[in-house]
Design a protein around this ligand. Structure first.
Ligand SMILES: Cc1cc2nc3c(=O)[nH]c(=O)nc-3n(C[C@H](O)[C@H](O)[C@H](O)COP(=O)(O)O)c2cc1C
Length: 319
């Protein structure tokens, strides 16, 4: 079969993959509010292979493990792990279900970098080349890469980008920090501009966009094709609509406290359809109440809540 090209995106603003945050319910809300692409939380290639075996024995498929709905499309699945044979197997398992296969080369978490995966790969150009070539050869779906600028001050992102482009990767997202930086300091958007000038494939700029104004600023300053929003969209799916409106008209609609609490109630309705841990749902409630008038007053109740009904009734008291 011929290689499939990237889907057409309805917006330049994408939702970032966020482990424990960008669950299928939040992704769907962001999609409904105008995100051009949503990405699953990062998933281990080894876990995919192990789960697939279990699920097959029960006549189920991998969508029981990596949950999603078709309303999220176009939808990217994000993989991590660097064992070549396992990569081949894992990508074959997920490819029928997802529109884009994204590969993680940015995660700074030690349990991932210790396996020579995530951000650690930035220091291993030859293995990176092998991984990306393997991924592209193993699937007809478009393969994309999400990376940081380097492990440390040795900023290798341009070398990685050349290798990726040559391997057939169709789009690169740059979180413009190093792995060592974690989330400290500011992301350096000049690196996104440099990356855009380095390769011909589309570039997604990422890091510290929390308002429509900052979204426009990143596009204007770097020339990136798309932007990706992570923490700014936590508890705030409205941001996608606001960015789209601001890019088109220079103004945007503001949302009230009531809009926010209603949006969270919608989140709860969607979340009920998936196996999302209650602890994660409660954390989402904390994020949706951040910045609300008297939000702090309700947060101790949220922390003590044991059911989604309790969370809903707390939300409905916020006016
Ligand atoms: C809680 C959390 C979980 C994250 N999980 C992932 C992940 O699974 N895969 C990934 O590529 N990046 C992950 N990231 C990084 C984000 O995708 C993004 O690159 C980073 O937060 C910078 O963007 P922002 O400033 O808009 O948040 C995570 C970030 C946070 C805060």
């Amino acid at each position: 079969m011929a290689k499939i090209m990237l889907p057409k995106f309805s917006s330049r603003a994408f939702l970032a993959p966020m482990a424990g945050v960008s669950d299928p319910a939040l992704r769907l809300l962001c999609k409904e509010m105008g995100a051009g692409l949503v990405v699953t939380e990062l998933t281990s290639i080894h876990a995919i292979i192990a789960k697939e075996k279990q699920l097959q024995a029960q006549n189920q498929d991998i969508s029981e493990f990596i949950e999603y709905s078709n309303k999220e499309r176009p939808l990217a699945v994000q993989l991590f792990g660097s064992d070549i044979e396992s990569l081949q197997k894992a990508v074959k398992i997920v490819e029928p279900y997802f529109d884009v296969i994204d590969y993680n080369m940015g995660c700074p978490a030690p349990h991932i970098t210790k396996q020579m995966a995530g951000g650690a790969l930035l220091q291993n150009l030859s293995l990176t080349q092998k991984i990306l070539e393997t991924l592209v050869k193993s699937t007809d779906k478009p393969v994309t890469l999400k990376m940081r600028a380097g492990v440390d001050d040795n900023l290798v992102f341009k070398d990685i980008a050349h290798v990726a482009e040559r391997a057939g990767v169709q789009m690169i997202t740059l979180h413009a920090r190093t792995v060592q930086q974690g989330y400290a300091g500011e992301s350096d958007w000049s690196l996104i501009k440099a990356l855009k000038q380095t390769v011909d494939i589309p570039i997604v700029g990422n890091g510290d966009i929390t308002t429509p104004e900052l979204a426009k600023k990143m596009i204007d300053e770097t020339g990136c094709d798309y932007i990706m929003i992570g923490r700014g969209a936590m508890g705030n799916p409205f941001l996608f609509e606001q960015v789209n409106e601001y890019l088109a008209t220079g103004t945007y609609k503001k949302y009230s406290q009531k809009d926010k609490t209603e949006m969270f109630c919608k989140y709860l309705d969607y979340a009920a359809q998936y196996k999302i841990k209650f602890a994660n749902i409660r954390q989402q409630a904390m994020r949706f109440t951040k910045g609300l008038r008297e939000g702090a007053k309700f947060r101790s109740g949220i922390m003590l809540a044991k059911t989604t009904d309790e969370l809903k009734s707390i939300m409905l008291q916020i006016s």
